[in-house]
Design a protein around this ligand. Structure first.
Ligand code: SF4
Length: 399
């Protein structure tokens, strides 16, 4: 498997765990579909989509809800989830009912805990294993365990099929396929040296997740992430027990995800459409849903995969609707927080400024991956090698 990612930059196997953890004085209050956040432009709801997976019907249901209850658009997040903004007063309950009806709210008690990344295009091309079944099994077993409802909304799980695209995205618990028979357990995106077979992998990931809660209870306080525990990865791995091998370095994630037409191993085609600034309009959502022949996948790079197509004939229509299928487009390397008017803390209309910079070819730093924000909180910052473009009272500052 590592041959597939051998040309990527590698980082120290321990570097990801060496940041100074913040002291949490309150439980995580990450927004969810039911537990919304009061933003300047109305309530904000975040809907978890484990593995970024959803059906065409579910995409239509989300888009319709955004149009009838919110500001009309869907926001794609760096965890492959979606947000609805500007929810009208009282719209939260209506949204919950609609999501439940669409099968997007399998557990009201676990809704903010269902944060799972999965390799893009797994089972269709690339990688050494198909991790889609891990996502569905993990989600079902997690929702069936009342204790796991206590997971913070920031807690993240990642299932990497061996291509190395999500293993390094900073997940608290991760599985990385090494070959068709061997899976590595990662904690805080660091290899523990613990190994299992593919059919044991979901059970091991769940045990590690419960291990986080056990260690958090033992240490006291309200840490949100594995890295916020004292010696979190080492203690959780020790509690799991079992033989260990020498840890391997974890592949760094790619700077951008795929875009355009991708040939699948079965001869069919997947179209990967990048959504500029992650804001998916109702027209775009409708077009993607009508193009899809079954499921779709949202990616951590704010794009939508439409797989299993009999060719790339729909690419022109998607591009005409404002979606980006050109892998050389600057839209692949720029993201932004909400900014004005959605966020009261913002010092600038960040998204408007990004649109102008892309249109005029004046994005700073050439082709570097960059994240524009309206203040120092730097919300929505992607993991990895990203340069911050921060609004100040006198203009933007790099870094
Ligand atoms: S980074 Fe600042 S301006 Fe942007 S959404 Fe977060 S709090 Fe608001």
């Amino acid at each position: 498997m590592f041959a597939a990612v051998a040309d990527r930059r590698w980082r120290s196997s321990l570097a990801g765990a060496m940041t100074v953890p913040p002291i949490r004085e309150r439980p995580d209050a990450c927004p969810g579909a039911l537990q919304t956040h009061a933003a300047a432009d109305g309530a904000l709801a975040r809907v978890r989509l484990p593995g970024g997976a959803l059906t065409a019907e579910q995409l239509r249901a989300l888009s319709t809800a955004a149009g009838e209850l919110g500001d009309g658009a869907l926001e794609l997040t760096s965890r492959g989830n979606v947000q609805l903004r500007g929810l009208r007063s009282g719209g939260e309950r209506e949204l919950g009912d609609r999501l439940a009806e669409a099968g997007l709210l399998p557990s009201a008690t676990h809704e903010t805990a269902r944060n799972v990344l999965a390799s893009v295009l797994s089972g269709r091309t690339g990688g050494v294993l198909d991790v889609r079944s891990w996502v569905t099994e993990f989600d079902a077993r997690m929702c069936a365990d009342p204790a796991l409802a206590d997971l913070p909304g920031r807690f993240l799980t990642a299932f990497d099929d061996g291509r190395g695209d999500v293993a390094g995205l900073g997940a608290d618990v991760g599985l990385l396929a090494l070959d068709r028979a061997t899976v590595a357990l990662l904690l805080a995106a660091t290899d523990t040296g613990l190994r299992c077979r593919p059919d044991e992998a979901v059970g091991l990931a769940l045990a590690a997740t419960r291990g986080f809660l056990d260690e958090r209870a033992a240490q006291g306080g309200t840490p949100w992430r594995v890295t916020e525990l004292a010696e979190g990865p080492a203690r959780i791995a020790a509690a799991l027990g079992g033989p260990r091998t020498d840890p391997l370095p974890v592949p760094s994630p790619p700077l951008t995800g795929p875009a355009g037409a991708v040939l699948q191993d079965d001869g069919r085609t997947a179209l990967v459409a990048v959504v500029p600034l992650g804001r998916l309009t109702a027209d775009q959502a409708g077009l993607l849903a009508s193009t899809a022949v079954g499921g779709l996948q949202l990616t951590p790079w704010r794009s939508v995969v439409v797989p299993d197509l009999e060719g790339a004939g729909a690419a022109g229509a998607l591009a005409a609707a404002g979606l980006v299928l050109d892998p050389r487009s600057p839209w692949l390397s720029v993201s932004a927080c909400a900014g004005r008017p959605g966020c009261a803390k913002s010092l600038a209309d960040v998204r408007g400024d990004v649109v102008r910079a892309v249109a005029t070819g004046t994005l700073p730093m050439g082709g570097a991956r960059q994240h524009w924000v309206g203040c120092e909180r730097r919300c929505g910052r992607p993991s990895g090698n990203v340069v911050d473009v921060v609004a100040t009272s006198t203009g933007y500052r790099i870094g």
